[in-house]
Design a protein around this ligand. Structure first.
Ligand SMILES: [Zn+2]
Ligand SMILES: [Zn+2]
Length: 242
């Protein structure tokens, strides 16, 4: 315990020194960064991110207004290929900012702390973890697949196999922003292929953000066609709601 306190103390000192040399402010509260673990976010903002615990659709994870409903209208009318969705939180405030910095501003070092937020998930019964893939062009532009880094860390911590070479994105779909749910589904349906089999496996599919679910649904359809017994979805944040 004493050693941990010392490490925390010295990490704070180093963070203070680094911040003195290269000043950076927390994107959420503008206070100086006080740590190296999830810099540039400050400890208070990062640790204030709490798991969403309100009622939500048991299939797609959409937050619901009633504690007594189990599924949203959309999942009742047109059940998706995946059977269950869990997200750490709502795409808002510090969580949205952290994902933005990780994904679009290239702060790859946030992969570890963000993956840590996914540790709440009970992986009992899961046989393997698969990340939502990026098309070649997307990978070239970003330099890394944000879902793969999350999935890699989670698989390691949960001691589960990571399958990263079976599900592929073959077509560069147009940006999803501004499209309706139907247009999104049509846009992504053809974009994924499975080049191997996942016979009788319960798969946990990882993505950073879930909006309409069109992307994970297209992936789940392919995985089920490749022999999967079930596909569950785990994301950092649920967006496009409220
Ligand atoms: Zn802050
Ligand atoms: Zn639903």
């Amino acid at each position: 315990m004493r050693q941990m306190r010392f490490l925390h103390f010295s990490s704070g000192l180093i963070a203070g020194f680094v911040n003195f040399l290269y000043p950076s402010a927390c994107p959420s509260c503008s206070m100086p960064t006080d740590n190296l673990s999830f810099s540039p976010f400050c400890t208070q903002c990062w640790t204030s991110m709490k798991k969403y615990s309100g009622p939500s659709c048991s299939v797609c994870g959409l937050p619901l207004v009633s504690d007594y409903a189990d599924r949203c209208r959309s999942c009742l009318a047109d059940p998706p290929a995946f059977c269950r969705t869990s997200s750490f939180g709502i795409y808002d405030a510090t969580l949205a900012s952290a994902i933005h910095h990780y994904k679009f501003l290239g702060l790859r070092r946030l992969a570890g702390p963000l993956a840590h937020l996914l540790m709440f998930y009970d992986t009992a019964g899961i046989d393997a973890i698969i990340p939502v893939p990026l098309a070649h062009d997307g990978l070239k532009d970003r330099g890394f697949n944000q879902s793969l880094l999350l999935a890699y860390t989670l698989a390691k911590k949960k001691r589960l196999p990571l399958i990263m070479d079976i599900l592929r994105k073959v077509e560069n779909t147009a940006p999803q922003v501004g499209l309706s749910a139907k247009e999104r589904t049509a846009n992504v349906r053809k974009a994924f292929v499975c080049i191997g089999r996942v016979p009788d496996m319960n798969i946990l599919l990882i993505d950073d953000v879930m909006t309409t679910g069109a992307t994970v649904n297209a992936c789940a359809e392919r995985l089920l066609a490749a022999g999967a017994r079930s596909v569950s979805v785990l994301t950092l944040a649920r967006a496009g709601i409220l």
